[in-house]
Design a protein around this ligand. Structure first.
Ligand code: C2E
Ligand code: CA
Ligand code: CA
Ligand code: CA
Length: 279
């Protein structure tokens, strides 16, 4: 029994060591990826329910990993947060996104807004505001070109949290602030009401099933709440014509989802605009 125990222990140790090595490699890769600019933006279109017009693109991070290819955020953001480099990734992706916006606009195409994602940790560092202003200025852009998407969970701690204060500062600078994944984070309505918000994005978990009566009631309630506050409502995860119609009936303003366009490289986004008939 003892030997068995030892054997098991040794196996366990080996697989643990492999796990540690893999993690160690991944951490090294992230640092190298940051140096080499491997964190790149993909662009997902957002359109008006009313007119069908392009409202803008959301920038979604991808890691162009030399060995594993294009990786989605779920594969690197948790580790990047843990090792304290999420702010660098957020900024690298946002800046490349701004360059993409300028390149698309340089073709005479109309892109009213670019939405960027920012982690709570990046907002708490305090340099985010200056870095973003500098990046915009260097590219002839201004806060009015940008929507900053912050997760609803960022707001849970309320006004004593530096992230919350940073959001207030960004709003007064003229950035549109949208609450991301609304309906999943339990931010207090009081804290929402105190911030100068411009919009809410209804999480795709609520949008996914147009037959789900309870989800629809939540969407309708959020929609009328947002309407009262003068907020724009974006529905994410719009995949089917049925969902699109249902959300339009519920007075959502902006649609985003695979049914409209998937997240794309900059060149594919330009191609998408031509196909869509966006000017
Ligand atoms: P999110 O901000 O809620 O972005 C929407 C996610 O839903 C994206 O996943 C997008 O590809 C996916 N999506 C879009 N349309 C549909 C649809 O019709 N159906 C379904 N099932 N999914 C759809 P993605 O690109 O994997 O990003 C995941 C999350 O990673 C994002 O969720 C966002 O929270 C985070 N993220 C992405 N880029 C950044 C970044 O630059 N910085 C930070 N801090 N977080 C980022
Ligand atoms: Ca987002
Ligand atoms: Ca979202
Ligand atoms: Ca999400």
């Amino acid at each position: 029994a003892k030997r068995d125990g030892k054997g098991v222990a040794r196996l366990f140790t080996r697989s643990m060591r492999e796990g540690v090595e893999q993690r160690h490699n991944m951490i090294q890769d992230i640092h190298e990826g940051l140096e080499k600019g491997q964190f790149i933006p993909f662009f997902q279109p957002q359109v008006s329910f009313d007119t069908g017009e392009l409202i803008g693109f959301e920038v979604l991070a991808r890691w162009d990993h030399p060995k594993y290819g294009l990786l989605p955020p779920a594969d690197f953001i948790p580790l990047a947060e843990e090792i304290g480099v999420i702010d660098q990734i957020d900024m690298q992706v946002a800046i490349a996104g701004l360059d993409g916006l300028n390149k698309i606009r340089a073709r005479g195409l109309k892109v009213p807004k670019l939405s960027i994602n920012v982690a709570a940790r990046s907002l708490r560092l305090g340099t985010y505001r200056d870095d973003l202003h500098k990046a915009l200025k260097e590219r002839g852009l201004s806060p009015s070109d940008i929507v900053v998407e912050v997760l609803e969970t960022t707001l849970i701690e309320g006004k004593d949290d530096p992230a919350y204060q940073m959001i207030g500062d960004l709003a007064s600078d003229g950035f549109d602030i949208y609450i991301d994944d609304f309906g999943t984070g339990y931010a207090s309505l009081a804290s929402l009401a105190q911030l100068d918000l411009s919009g809410m994005k209804i999480d795709k978990s609520l949008v996914a099933n147009p037959e789900d009566r309870r989800a629809n009631q939540v969407i309708a309630a959020v929609s009328s709440l947002a309407d009262g506050l003068g907020l724009t409502i974006v529905a994410e995860g719009v995949e089917t014509p049925q969902t699109y119609s249902a959300l339009k009936r519920m007075k959502c303003h902006v649609a985003q989802g695979y049914g409209i366009g998937v997240p794309m490289s900059q060149d594919d986004a330009i191609g998408w605009m031509a196909d869509y008939g966006a000017s």
